[in-house]
Design a protein around this ligand. Structure first.
Ligand SMILES: Cc1cc2nc3c(=O)[nH]c(=O)nc-3n(C[C@H](O)[C@H](O)[C@H](O)COP(=O)(O)OP(=O)(O)OC[C@H]3O[C@@H](n4cnc5c(N)ncnc54)[C@H](O)[C@@H]3O)c2cc1C
Length: 477
């Protein structure tokens, strides 16, 4: 939707042209209002958050305070206790970082978590939101845009290069990369920490949840079967500590170490990126600093940026433009055809979803990868590829394999339910962003990974021993 040029204040007209911004309702800010509201969903942080920055800028221009609202909903698709515990740990950091910026943090839980009610109670002039390309949150934004009676703008806050600069699906990373690289100097820049000039006085009785409490308390329908993990602590502080460690100890040798699941050679920042506890810009700028200070080479940084910005932003692009991103329907024509031609091939062995979930296969390496995910909420990238391809090999058919991979990934990974996951599964099972290889059983021309050769590319015995040492009691097998 375009900005209504005639009626908008000049400063808003300028902002309206920013490719990071989507105008969902374009009318001017409401008159006689009391604040600007930032509806925080995806970008759960008070630092390096372009959506928050925009809300503060607009508040300052309108001489209004800013309020950040987080609605903790109990029925987020496929979220369970493990995910909510991580989210919960992040809330205090958000509150603290917002306080430094003179922004009040309001958290509400069902049944009193209606955004529209909050907007009315607070007397909002305008609503700013953040963005996620996934189906459900985008649907909520669309529904809301129809129902609201005030301007509603959203900001693409969790990518380096705004995703709107790519108006259609990019079929290969090598096609997208040159444009990403060309735009990066413009967007990979530090933003000043701007504070709200006007503070918000919370009216007496204005409800907000104490962020140190258990946000899931009393939620009867929440899946509590997947336990929180102590391998990751949620929040911006923990994310920044992990980043600092990675830049000091992992970045320089990232290109080599990233293919060695037996050591911790990657940044392990994906859960923090998923929950928006840290911005990809913060991470990338820390890497730039490390190169400037001689701690890593430009080549090491580029290898890391290829994942952090290249593959990650290709995943956002994929989910944004391919409606069936989490099922076999999203595979390119050649892949659907070849998988169908091989759908009748004998699966030997063939496993049930329950056997896979419980890590009860004949393949020790696969079981260890599944165990790593079950126990720590994270799996190494090299094994995620292997893990998904074996599900294709052992499930009764490719459509079911896809469904099972999505179910398991979203249920157990802390970083699950993310564009990266849907893209990763689509790459592994359906040749998305890949090319056809040699024809073989079950896979057709979709790229294959054999256990024997995968296990030889790194110290798989050490990996298995490490994982199993952390999970001796798994399912009492
Ligand atoms: C089958 C399969 C499922 C996957 N599921 C998920 C998922 O649910 N959530 C998720 O965030 N990632 C997923 N990935 C991508 C990747 O495996 C993880 O992002 C990565 O292992 C996270 O570890 P890290 O933070 O140490 O990564 P690093 O190697 O340190 O990379 C830094 C960041 O770059 C991004 N990144 C790295 N590799 C990829 C990739 N291949 N595709 C897209 N982005 C990438 C991630 O945000 C990551 O945190 C999946 C990949 C596959 C093949």
């Amino acid at each position: 939707m375009a900005a209504d040029d005639e009626a908008l204040p000049v400063f808003l007209k300028e902002i309206a042209d920013d490719p990071r911004v989507t105008i969902r309702r374009s009318e001017p800010p409401l008159k006689d209002a009391k604040c600007v509201v930032y509806w925080m969903q995806r970008a759960q942080r008070g630092l390096d958050n372009p959506a928050l920055d925009l809300a503060i800028r607009i508040g300052n221009e309108l001489d209004l305070p800013v309020l950040a609202f987080f609605s903790a909903i109990s029925n987020y698709p496929h979220a369970n206790l493990r995910h909510y515990a991580f989210l919960n740990q992040g809330l205090k950091d958000i509150e603290d970082d917002l306080a430094v910026r003179n922004v009040e943090f309001i958290v509400r839980r069902p049944p009193n978590n209606s955004l529209e009610k909050l907007l009315a109670e607070a007397g909002a002039a305008m609503l700013i939101g953040d963005e996620s390309p996934c189906r459900e949150p985008e649907r909520w934004r669309k529904v809301l845009a129809k129902r609201l009676d005030m301007p509603f703008w959203t900001v693409d806050a969790d990518v380096v290069v705004p995703s709107a600069l790519f108006p259609k699906h990019q079929y290969m990373l090598h096609i997208m990369r040159p444009k990403l690289l060309a735009e990066m100097p413009k967007y990979l820049v530090a933003t000043p920490l701007v504070k709200a000039q006007r503070g918000w006085e919370r009216p007496r009785g204005f409800e907000s949840f104490n962020v140190t409490g258990d946000v899931t308390e009393g939620w009867k329908t929440l899946d509590r079967s997947v336990m929180p993990v102590d391998s990751f602590t949620g929040g911006t502080r923990a994310a920044l500590r992990r980043l600092e460690y990675f830049v000091a100890h992992g970045l320089a040798d990232y290109a080599r170490q990233r293919n060695h699941p037996e050591i911790d050679g990657t940044s392990m920042l994906s859960p923090y990126l998923h929950f928006g506890h840290i911005s990809p810009v913060t991470i990338a700028l820390a890497c730039e600093d490390a190169v400037r200070e001689g701690m890593a080479t430009g080549a090491a940084r580029d290898a890391y940026f290829n994942e952090l910005i290249g593959w990650r932003e290709l995943s956002v692009n994929f989910v944004k433009y391919v409606p069936d991103y989490d099922s076999i329907e999203c595979a390119p024509e050649w892949a659907q055809k070849t998988l169908l031609e091989h759908a009748g091939d004998r699966r030997d062995p063939e496993y049930t979803l329950e056997q896979l979930e419980r890590a009860q296969t004949h393949d020790e390496l696969w079981n260890a990868a599944q165990t790593q995910m079950l126990k720590t909420g994270w799996m190494h990238n090299y094994l995620r590829m292997y893990w998904a391809k074996k599900i294709l090999e052992w499930a009764p058919n490719p459509a079911l394999a896809w469904e099972w991979a999505v179910i398991l990934n979203d249920k157990y990974e802390l970083d699950g339910r993310d564009p990266n996951g849907y893209q990763g599964i689509a790459w592994a099972l359906g040749g998305v962003h890949d090319r056809p290889w040699f024809d073989r059983q079950i896979f057709g021309t979709v790229r294959y990974m054999s256990g024997a050769s995968t296990g030889k590319k790194f110290d798989s015995k050490r990996y298995i021993a490490r994982v199993m040492a952390t999970a001796p009691d798994l399912w009492q097998r």
